[in-house]
Design a protein around this ligand. Structure first.
Ligand code: PRX
Length: 636
């Protein structure tokens, strides 16, 4: 894999990549194993929108992630797995073992009727079998749809139904710190609403009691017992779908982003190698969950395509203590550590004596992803974890982009705290003003857009190409619109300033406000609600719900709890509002649209910039809400 080794080489490569993108990506793609080479590098028309990379090419991503390393790396660990319980044994799975397990499980899928193109939902804890299941799907061309195992049965059912998944892979339960989560029970509940699922494969993990549905349910270990470890990889067209991964939208149901085989592989592999400057023998640990895109791209596909050793951690940073991350870095001699600002901010609140006992001298590179990293967290990370010896890559990207788009290259291009810095080769960001005019001055602030295709962009929203067009390609003609605000300094460094739509990033999780409001509104005593984000020391943002109720005398404590329970059930515990203010009315435009902008100002205590409220349908409620907000904050 081509690796950029100096700033001047980056500049030269970047220039080349935008002057002749096809020649550039053509050369990168040559580094992979293809069953048939492509006929054309790129065909696109964003007015449709349609984008095709490496059209005519045929490949299987698992052959690139596993088989081609076997000659030289059969005995090298592909995955190091660290359990939730620190006294349990870690697992090291070599490339050969991974190959055999993936082939076995691919045969299990086939035996149970899964064919190329079928959708398979995976709802599992962070155990090695999760990666095996993902790769087994890819091996036979089934489209995996991993659903984060913290989601509720309602959220799981919605995702299974949206993609008409034919199979669900889950476990009896999962460990999360001191808690055990009944994944099979949650799955059973979800499946009451899902008709498409024919079989459920259940991994024995926590050994807790579960209900069993004969004919539908199958034990993982029993199915694997006689499965052959030989399974030829199914040749896939470059543009065949590899997976669906759901992300929150600002309105309506979650969006099933569809990623394709070839472009995704080429781009995640290239960015993994270059951003992190990974070298053979390094140990790469990305702390994300595989239920999110970061886990897909930088725990599984990017590292394995490079023949790397990737760490998977089952647990959470606070269990059994807030030293767990550092203990794991020491134990497994981690060289690359990639986490989210919310984790850094949490750990920063704890004494550094929790870090000191551990040997972090193997660390070479630190990474950040998921939301803007504030200066304080950046410096703490740099000083206490990197000991000012490790470059920090602040990587900006999205579920939709598939791979890292804007980031420094570790130790190669300059870093600047709170800036994601420069675009990766092939990425052409621009800044637009509210009317869609490009701001050409170097120093600028506005709306981020990308003006040229890159290989790993999501190709559609599953089952709803019109929505894909609406959300990403309609705001500004000819550009991809990520929904983020941005500024740029005189040297061309980009700083992401946050979402400009109704998505709130809480502890690194992208939460659309609409489904949470829907959940709140389901409570029989609630008339309607509006949810906004406000800054939070640790989570980055927290959720503030303004709620109107049928009851004039609301028992606020009870209703608060019931609403939180409702949200946890419908969306997941992560989406529970931190504050709920019961109000007599919500500010509305004359056409009846809730003015979230005003509520956002109240929630963030930015009252001076509330603006003109006289044109509202009900200007009086604003004063009442401000008074109620003050009262709530002083009494809490
Ligand atoms: O707002 C940006 C923020 O996270 C959003 C994408 O969220 P998601 O699809 O869940 O993917 C997260 C992991 C790639 C973006 O639109 N975001 C992500 N990385 C950064 C960031 N904001 C600032 N700096 C980052 N490094």
């Amino acid at each position: 894999m081509k690796t950029i080794g100096s700033f001047s080489e980056y500049q030269e490569t970047y220039q080349r990549s935008i002057e002749d993108p096809e020649a550039f990506w053509n050369e990168i793609a040559e580094d992979f194993l293809w069953k048939k080479k492509w006929d054309s590098v790129l065909e696109y028309d964003w007015s449709v929108p349609e984008t095709k990379w490496f059209s005519g090419g045929m490949l299987n991503i698992t052959e690139n992630c596993i088989d081609r390393h076997l000659e030289t790396k059969a005995d090298q660990p592909a995955i190091i797995w660290e359990p939730n319980d620190p006294s349990a044994s870690a697992i090291s799975m070599t490339y050969q073992e991974l190959h055999d397990s993936v082939c076995q499980f691919a045969n299990v899928l086939k035996k149970n009727g899964i064919k190329k193109g079928d959708r398979v939902c995976i709802y599992m804890p962070m155990v090695v079998e999760l990666t095996v299941a993902v790769l087994a799907c890819a091996r036979i061309g089934a489209v995996h749809s991993v659903v984060f195992a913290g989601f509720s049965s309602t959220a799981l059912a919605a995702r299974i139904n949206d993609a008409s998944c034919k199979m669900l892979i889950t476990s009896d339960g999962s460990y999360r710190g001191s808690k055990t989560i009944p994944l099979k029970d949650i799955s059973d509940k979800a499946l009451k609403e899902c008709e498409s699922v024919e079989h459920v494969i259940v991994l024995k993990n926590t050994e807790q009691d579960i209900q069993w549905y004969p004919g539908r349910d199958l034990w993982w270990h029993l199915e694997m017992r006689d499965a052959s470890a030989v399974c030829e990889p199914t040749p896939m067209q470059a543009e065949d779908p590899l997976f669906i991964l759901y992300t929150s939208g600002s309105t309506g149901k979650p969006k099933g982003m569809v990623h394709s085989c070839a472009g995704y592989m080429v781009y995640t592999a290239y960015t993994f190698k270059n951003v992190f400057q990974y070298e053979d023998g390094d140990i790469f640990w990305c702390t994300a969950d595989i239920g999110w895109i970061t886990g897909h791209s930088y725990i599984i596909y990017g590292p394995l395509a490079n023949g790397a050793t990737t760490v998977m951690f089952e647990g959470i940073p606070s269990y059994p203590n807030y030293d767990r991350f550092w203990k794991i870095c020491d134990k497994h001699k981690v060289t690359h550590f990639y986490t989210a600002p919310t984790a850094i901010r949490t750990l920063e609140k704890h004494p550094t004596s929790l870090i000191e006992p551990y040997d972090l001298s193997n660390l070479k590179v630190l990474g950040s992803v998921g939301e803007p990293i504030n200066a304080e967290a950046w410096h703490w990370y740099d000083t206490h974890i990197g000991k000012q010896q490790c470059p920090i890559v602040d990587t900006w990207w999205q579920t939709e982009t598939g791979g890292i788009m804007i980031s420094s290259l570790a130790g190669v291009t300059p870093q600047k705290p709170t800036y994601a810095t420069l675009p990766l080769p092939g990425i052409q960001p621009i800044i637009l003003d509210a009317e869609g005019h490009e701001l050409s001055a170097n120093e600028a602030e506005g709306i981020l857009a990308i003006k040229y295709p890159w290989p790993s962009m999501a190709r559609t929203i599953y089952g709803d190409h019109e929505r894909y067009k609406q959300v990403y390609f309609s705001a500004f003609e000819g550009c991809y619109f990520p929904g983020d605000g941005v500024s740029r300094d005189a040297h061309g460094n980009y700083r992401i300033t946050g979402r400009i739509d109704d998505v709130v990033i809480v502890s690194g999780h992208n939460l659309g406000t609409a489904p949470i409001e829907d959940a709140i509104n389901e409570h029989p005593e609630v008339i309607e609600s509006a949810l906004v984000g406000y800054p939070h020391d640790i989570k980055g943002n927290a959720l503030y719900a303004f709620v109107t109720s049928f009851n004039t005398e609301v028992d606020e404590a009870r209703l608060y709890k019931e609403i939180c329970d409702q949200v946890a059930k419908s969306v997941g515990p992560i989406a529970k509002p931190d504050r709920i203010q019961f109000v007599t009315g919500l500010p509305k435009t004359r056409s009846g649209k809730i003015m979230r902008r005003i509520l956002r100002k109240i929630a963030t205590n930015d009252l001076e910039r509330i603006g003109d409220t006289s044109t509202l349908l009900n200007p009086d409620v604003v004063e009442d809400i401000i008074a109620g907000n003050e009262e709530m904050l002083t009494s809490s």
